[in-house]
Design a protein around this ligand. Structure first.
Ligand code: ATP
Length: 384
């Protein structure tokens, strides 16, 4: 667990200079990117990214659709060209021994008329040394379905099989681009356990995911990309402490909360808790921020005092998801003020205001295990 490598907030400087990445703790970083840039036509997919990943670390990369996560993974695995200084095990990505790298691309369509076992066997056969196929299938929860053709597997089973092909060479550095998309909870847990086991064994893991709970659970450090820039990075708990906001009490009310109700509840909470609360109308009802566990009763009493009829109540600590929502400016309340911090609202810039939010592109990811194709010649085509 590396708590020291990167400060909890690293915003790109206004003058465009690219500060050197903070030192990763304990020896040379396995992955280094300094001033990494990549454009597709007018779209700046990466706009000066600095990062470093220490050996044995699980590094989580998060960000909205189109933020540049997959492009960064591709740049770091040598499957696309990018400007800037990129080093993996101290070498340019394309010079790294593929046997040391595992790669699960975001989009990966292996031959459909092979069984899961044959696929893992096939990818394992590309290396001088590979793990035992059966144990890899077992790791991803595919042992029982190993004889089914890939094309007949469910979406989640396919993804598990793809994960298996990415780890069959027992890589030192594993890139997982949204590994659990479409996988059911049991399968997700199996993948999480696998990542934890690999990390415990010394594998460095570079993980992108939209599942904040997954990243919060697995990652030692997280970098958040927005519009091709790192807008925050650090250990998840530090990010939550600095950007997650206050604990909150959510009341689901039958009627939408009017401004009058919001003001009355705010006054009541202020009186009962002795603090200046933030009360907001949400889609579901009301949200009171800054309610500590010992104050939940007083906050509920304040709702009662004002005759707020609620169907349910929930209290929650801030999480990485709150950090994400605040720093992407996606936090939403019905009244629209959302509690979005000024620094988040003004951070970064929209490099691609007119870019399609989901990337709007064909599948063009790399083959797993470091056997590479590039998209540079035909960026819109699939490469598999
Ligand atoms: N091969 C390509 N050709 C043209 N534009 C591309 C290509 N790959 C990515 N882009 C653009 O670069 C930007 C970053 O895309 P990227 O796929 O890296 O984002 P992402 O963070 O991985 O998104 P998502 O969460 O949707 O997977 C997007 O605007 C996308 O449209």
């Amino acid at each position: 667990m590396d708590e020291t490598a990167t400060d909890a907030a690293v915003d790109a400087p206004a003058d465009g200079a690219t500060p050197g990445p903070p030192d990763a703790a304990g020896g040379d970083p396995v992955v280094v990117g300094e001033g990494v840039r990549k454009s597709y036509g007018d779209v700046d997919a990466l706009d000066g990214v600095d990062l470093d990943v220490a050996a044995g670390e699980v590094f989580g990369l998060i960000g909205p659709n189109g933020a540049g996560k997959t492009t960064l993974v591709r740049a770091l695995t040598g499957t696309t060209e990018a400007e800037g200084d990129l080093r993996v095990f101290g070498a340019p990505p394309r010079d790294v021994d593929p046997a040391r790298i595992g790669l699960l691309p975001q989009s990966f369509d292996p031959p459909a008329r092979l069984t899961a076992r044959e696929l893992v066997d096939y990818y394992g056969g590309l290396y001088d040394e590979a793990r035992d196929t059966e144990s890899v299938l077992d790791d991803v929860g595919m042992a029982d379905d190993a004889d089914a053709w890939y094309e007949t597997l469910s979406g989640g089973q396919k993804r598990r099989t793809c994960v298996a092909t990415a780890v069959v060479n027992d890589p030192d550095l594993l890139f997982l681009d949204e590994p659990t998309t479409g996988i059911d909870p049991a399968g997700r847990r199996a993948i999480h356990r696998l990542i934890e086991r690999l990390a415990a064994g010394g594998t460095t893991v570079f993980l992108t995911s939209h599942a904040m709970d997954e990243v919060e659970r697995l990652a030692d450090r997280v970098a958040m990309l927005r519009d091709g820039r790192v807008v925050a990075s650090g250990a998840p708990d530090r990010l939550v402490a600095e950007h997650g906001g206050a604990p909150r009490l959510d009341a689901a009310t039958a009627e939408p909360a009017t401004d009058e109700v919001v003001a009355a509840v705010a006054a009541g909470v202020r009186e009962r808790l002795g603090e200046d609360p933030t009360v907001e109308a949400t889609d579901e009802g009301l949200r009171v921020r800054g309610v500590r566990p010992e104050s939940i009763g007083a906050a509920v009493d304040a709702l009662d005092d004002d005759g707020v009829a609620f169907d349910s109540l929930s209290w929650s600590e801030p999480s990485l998801e709150d950090v994400y929502l605040r720093l992407t400016g996606e936090e939403y309340t019905r009244r629209g003020d959302g509690g979005i911090p000024d620094e988040a609202a003004g951070e970064g810039r929209r490099a691609t205001d007119d870019a399609t939010p989901d990337g709007g592109r064909a599948t063009n990811d790399a083959t797993p295990g470091g056997r590479r194709a590039t998209d540079d010649a035909a960026p819109e085509e699939g490469d598999r």
